[in-house]
Design a protein around this ligand. Structure first.
Ligand SMILES: *[C@@H]1O[C@H](CO)[C@@H](O)[C@H](O)[C@H]1NC(C)=O
Ligand SMILES: *[C@@H]1O[C@H](CO)[C@@H](O)[C@H](O)[C@H]1NC(C)=O
Ligand SMILES: *[C@@H]1O[C@H](CO)[C@@H](O)[C@H](O)[C@H]1NC(C)=O
Length: 365
């Protein structure tokens, strides 16, 4: 082999070994919101690379991003507060959320002028409050036109964000449905891939006790692997990959909460056992920290099912499906093996003495 070829080979190997990339190494994120049970200063931010502060609002008249008066204080000090324990943690302001009106977002995204108002106000509010990024939580565009307007919004947002600061542009992310298809309406995957740093895949709430369409049997709400008749996290990730999004732009959501069901027969307590509906709360939702207290106080039996990757516990007629350390560990290894960018959790106040956050954090390393 000629010397030139050897030298070329040497440098090729060197470059392959040390890619000149500025991309994120890994995202270990969580969401926080006021009234969640802990204050920003309680967050053990050493366990996260990014913390999302939820939620800023969309003004339905002006289409500006606003922060409600109740949240002014906690949002304006959020970044400096969480950076006290971890100076390198980055913060993002999340806009919208499950309780906001999807139709307001659809109206905003339908006109160039309102998109510009939204975008400009989002950037100026992020900067003035000290956030390093923005997260769109529009749940969810309902039809092809709204999806295509979402694509336009992201195109224009990326241009504006890069124009505002070429040195350190704001991070731009979106919380999205577990699948690239929202009931057969496809997300604008090309625009998402071109414009967002990553998507936060909301990989939970698949199957819940208060949902009227569900058959009344117990089940996991965030199972990783396929079970006949149920959607799963792995099928969602596969759909995003199949639609053309790079795994390196996907951040996998994991719940710090579960759902409680009321069993028909306390002796019949597996996955798929007959149940009448929610227990414990009106929709059955219950935070991990409260599930641990339930297990303790009722001497409940705890089971891990590694086939679907989900934990559950039961005592008397109460059955709770949730993610404990085993499910979190399996999901983190899955995300890593699939080459995903990282994970996020909803929401940080659900954790019990940092057990799940520590499992996830060290599980990735
Ligand atoms: C925060 O997490 C770190 C890393 O796991 C741990 O060493 C520390 O004890 C935690 N702090 C608190 C207050 O739990
Ligand atoms: C780019 O930035 C300049 C200066 O901040 C601003 O005046 C202009 O409107 C921006 N352009 C876009 C497309 O956001
Ligand atoms: C795990 O769950 C699946 C799906 O419900 C079920 O078929 C299987 O028997 C369960 N495995 C164990 C060990 O309980």
């Amino acid at each position: 082999m000629a010397l030139q070829n050897l030298i070329f080979l040497f440098f090729s190997l060197l470059i392959a070994q040390f890619p000149f990339s500025t991309a994120q190494n890994v995202v270990k994120a969580t969401y926080w919101f006021p009234d969640s049970g802990i204050s920003a200063s309680d967050i053990n931010s050493t366990l996260f690379t990014h913390i999302l502060c939820a939620f800023a609002d969309l003004n339905s008249q002006t289409y500006e991003v606003t922060i409600s008066s109740n949240n002014q204080n906690s949002f304006s000090t959020f970044t400096s507060t969480v950076q006290q324990k971890n100076p390198s943690v980055k913060t993002l302001l999340s806009i919208g959320g499950g309780n906001s009106k999807a139709s307001d977002f659809a109206a905003m995204a339908s006109q160039a002028s309102s998109r510009k108002t939204f975008i400009d106000s989002s950037i100026s509010i992020a900067r003035s409050y000290g956030f390093q990024g923005l997260d769109l939580d529009w749940e969810t565009p309902q039809n092809d036109l709204e999806m295509s307007n979402l694509g336009l919004l992201l195109d224009e947002w990326r241009i504006a964000v890069n124009n505002e600061s070429s040195d350190s542009p704001l991070l731009l992310t979106a919380a999205v449905f577990y699948s690239s298809d929202h009931y057969s309406v496809s997300f604008p995957v090309d625009s998402i891939g071109n414009n967002l740093d990553w998507i936060n895949i909301m990989a939970y709430d698949y199957y819940t006790p208060a949902s009227y369409s569900s058959p009344k049997v117990t089940g996991a709400h965030a199972l990783l692997y396929y079970q006949p008749g149920r959607v799963s996290t792995s099928s969602g990730v596969d759909s995003w990959t199949g639609a053309g999004l790079s795994a390196t732009q996907m951040v996998l959501g994991m719940p710090y909460y579960g759902f409680a069901w009321k069993l028909v027969d306390p002796e019949n307590h597996g996955i798929g056992s007959p149940a009448t509906g929610p227990a414990v709360s009106s929709d059955g939702s219950i935070r991990y920290v409260d599930i641990k207290a339930f297990i303790q106080n009722n001497a409940a039996t705890s089971v891990y099912n590694s086939t679907v990757v989900a934990n559950y516990c039961y005592s008397g007629t109460t059955w709770i499906g949730f993610d404990d350390v085993e499910a979190i560990r399996a999901k983190v290894s899955y995300a890593k093996e699939k080459g995903l960018l990282g994970y996020f959790t909803w929401h940080v106040a659900g954790d019990d003495n940092w057990v799940l956050s520590q499992e996830a954090y060290s599980g990735w390393n």
